[in-house]
Design a protein around this ligand. Structure first.
Ligand code: KL2
Length: 685
């Protein structure tokens, strides 16, 4: 009983207070530090203003407070000494400016320095202009706040430096890390309640003593997992063998409007770390650090996209496509691709809202791009397949799995259309997004296994978010899931593109068809209905070799059966997940988000692979890599780790989701050209 009270009441309260106290002191110290921007960066001309005596004094005062707090037992005072030294170094300039995410986690360097340098040169040129424009576009109130912000000061400083000497800047110093400020130690004097009432920390001695400092960057460290050894890299022939490598990031960046609409979800966060100016700088730096070649963003607020994100990402060398949600929703999805690596072939937005259809009455969207990978000049005579990249944010409502399934089906139909080549095969596909469904849920299995028997399934079961369904509705998925007027088959293809091959008709085996001959339902006729001559309702004995249920041994029969059997949806895209959803070293599930303090995986990067016939582990179809090879991924974290960093968002991670990052290699062919995308060949007709 006491244990239960401790676990469920006191611990969350203690954590809430810790978060509030932490945020408050972070904010207070930021105010001091922001006023004293580092005067110079080692090895570069002095551009900032010298630190005034007044500011020096303020900082000195803060450092003294740090060293002489009320908790002067040995361990905390040691920590404070270290922190004070760090802060002092930051004041002196160079080292701490370099202590960005870049130093904390080492990004995979697969592209070679030269290419990176080119991108950086592109990125930094015109930066000053951009910073000024971005600031001018902000509302006055936010502009004033930002103009005093160290991050933006650093951006401007770097822009000035670039303008002065034209020298390329290193990734590390391009944007100063705002989290450096947030990572500084908290003071242990006072606690602020949610109402803003301050009371001495000593009064809270019924709680566990809290650590003097939260080293977010250590707690939230994410390893780079190299899985290239597991990638099935085919025997290099004389022509093939080389790979076109690129990194893909999927990131739900938490729309500011959604924070404002549901503030109760972010009670554990100090308001300062929730402000858009703070989060924008942090998010941009995280993207800058991991340097993806393809970036799939969800919850991108439209005004933030046009005013800040798109201009900055363009400066960073990306081409960007955006699709806003329909109705009054202000956010949407974006796909950005490095223009040095890809050329856009086509961009297809998908609106899931269809007027008059209850199953599609929500404002979620998806976006599907077809990209042409740009090979380096040395490989100019080689050819490479186009790449289809899709991004989506599926409905949240845990009760409405029926809608989620229909939304995913619409996206798959658009992917099918975009990725289909003239010979009927598909080019490699990458599907990123926040599916608001957990691993091994029916919706997840549908994507991965290519089929789902949904008829009669309670709609709250589809996404597997059972912990959020306290009063499960009785709504069930019924056949058909959507009416035929939608123009999409139960194989998730547009009807116009769905020409069934003649050869398909011959694919039923004799045994398969025999199973329907004496089906109970067929024999259940009104007594007065006479049988036709030659027809019998005498049920024969089941031959020993017939399976008991309507299951079939032959896989191809099963697929055809599914496509024509009511209550079943399928697709033929062969997708598997880049993440395993489990951390073997920790023996715990991976977590991509923390809704209401509960860790879950809802974000995914799926990619095309080859199914291994007859291999099915735990209800999941097994795959091996094909033309697209998974080379590495940024490891995710477990729920307990995120708890120890006060959940999400926190001063270090500025969204309520973690980003997913994977590295892929796409096979380069020795042939000059590949089969054309179907879409393009139709356009040419
Ligand atoms: O789960 V999300 O958060 O991918 O991080 O997607 C949705 C939810 C997002 C867009 O609709 O807003 C969040 N309770 C909790 N979170 C909600 C709710 C809700 N009732 N409605 C929307 N969201």
């Amino acid at each position: 009983m006491i244990g239960t009270v401790l676990c469920y009441v006191l611990l969350p309260v203690a954590r809430l207070l810790q978060a509030l106290r932490d945020g408050f002191f972070t904010c207070r110290k930021n105010a001091l530090l922001v006023k004293s921007t580092a005067a110079h960066i080692e090895g570069l001309p002095v551009c900032g203003k010298p630190v005034s005596e007044e500011k020096q004094a303020l900082l000195q005062q803060w450092l003294e407070e740090e060293a002489g707090g009320p908790y002067t037992n040995e361990s905390t005072s040691e920590t404070e000494k270290v922190s004070a030294t760090l802060a002092a170094e930051w004041l002196e300039g160079p080292q701490l400016l370099m202590t960005s995410l870049s130093d904390l986690n080492v990004a995979p360097q697969s592209d070679g320095q030269e290419q990176q340098q080119v991108v950086q040169n592109e990125t930094t040129s015109g930066l000053q202009e951009f910073v000024e424009t971005a600031l001018a576009n902000l509302p006055l109130e936010e502009r004033e706040a930002i103009e005093d912000n160290t991050v933006w000061t650093a951006l401007r400083t770097q822009a000035n430096l670039q303008a002065v000497d034209g020298a390329p800047l290193s990734t590390e110093v391009w944007i100063e890390d705002p989290a450096v400020l947030a990572w500084s130690p908290a003071q242990e004097t006072d606690v602020v309640t949610a109402e803003g009432v301050v009371f001495p920390f000593e009064n809270t001695d019924q709680f566990q003593p809290l650590p003097a400092e939260i080293p977010y960057h250590e707690i939230l460290w994410r390893d780079w997992e190299d899985v290239s050894a597991q990638a099935c890299i085919s025997e290099p022939s004389s022509d093939a063998g080389s790979l076109f490598e690129f990194r893909v990031m999927s990131y739900n960046i938490l729309a500011q409007d959604l924070i404002e609409q549901s503030p109760h979800l972010y009670m554990h966060c100090h308001p300062d770390i929730l402000s858009w100016s703070y989060r924008l700088a942090n998010l941009l730096q995280e993207i800058q650090h991991w340097d993806p070649d393809i970036l799939c963003l969800q919850e991108v607020q439209e005004n933030h996209y046009w005013e800040q994100l798109e201009p900055t990402l363009v400066m960073m060398g990306f081409g960007c496509i955006y699709k806003r949600r329909t109705g009054r929703k202000t956010d949407g999805c974006a796909i950005c691709y490095k223009q040095s690596k890809f050329q856009l072939i086509s961009a297809n937005p998908v609106e899931y809202f269809r007027p008059g259809l209850d199953i599609l009455n929500r404002d979620n969207v998806g976006l599907v791009l077809l990209l042409h990978p740009l090979l380096p000049e040395s490989l100019g005579d080689k050819a490479i397949r186009p790449l289809c990249v899709a991004n989506t944010h599926v409905l949240y409502n845990p009760h409405r799995g029926d809608i989620k399934l229909a939304q995913v089906a619409l996206l798959l139909a658009e992917i099918d259309k975009t990725a289909k080549l003239v010979d009927g095969s598909y080019c490699p596909i990458i599907l990123c997004g926040d599916l608001n469904s957990v691993p091994d849920s029916p919706l997840y299995k549908f994507i991965r296994n290519g089929q789902l028997y949904y008829h009669g399934m309670p709609s709250w079961k589809v996404s597997g978010q059972e912990e959020f369904c306290h009063h499960p509705h009785q709504r069930k998925l019924l056949t058909p899931l959507w009416p035929s007027c939608l123009g999409i088959t139960d194989s998730c293809q547009y009807v116009t593109l769905c020409k069934r091959k003649k050869s398909d008709r011959r694919k039923y085996s004799r045994d398969f068809l025999l199973q329907f001959r004496y089906c109970d339902v067929a024999c259940d006729r009104p007594a007065e209905l006479a049988l036709l001559e030659g027809v019998t309702d005498a049920k024969p004995e089941r031959p020993a070799h017939w399976s008991k249920e309507l299951t079939v041994e032959n896989n191809s029969d099963a697929e055809l059966f599914c496509s024509r059997y009511p209550g079943c949806v399928q697709h033929g895209l062969n997708l598997t997940s880049a993440y395993s959803h489990f951390l073997p070293q920790k023996g715990r599930p991976e977590v991509t988000t923390m809704p209401m303090g509960m860790g879950a995986t809802v974000d995914y990067i799926f990619y095309s692979a080859n199914p291994i016939r007859n291999e099915n582990v735990g209800g999941r179809r097994m795959y091996q890599d094909g033309a697209l090879k998974l080379l590495g991924r940024l490891s995710l974290l477990s729920e307990d780790i995120l708890w120890s960093a006060n959940g999400l968002p926190n001063p270090f991670c500025s969204s309520d989701h973690l980003c997913l990052l994977t590295s892929f290699g796409l096979e380069i062919s020795g042939f000059r050209s590949y089969t054309r995308p179907l879409e393009l060949s139709q356009e040419l007709l």
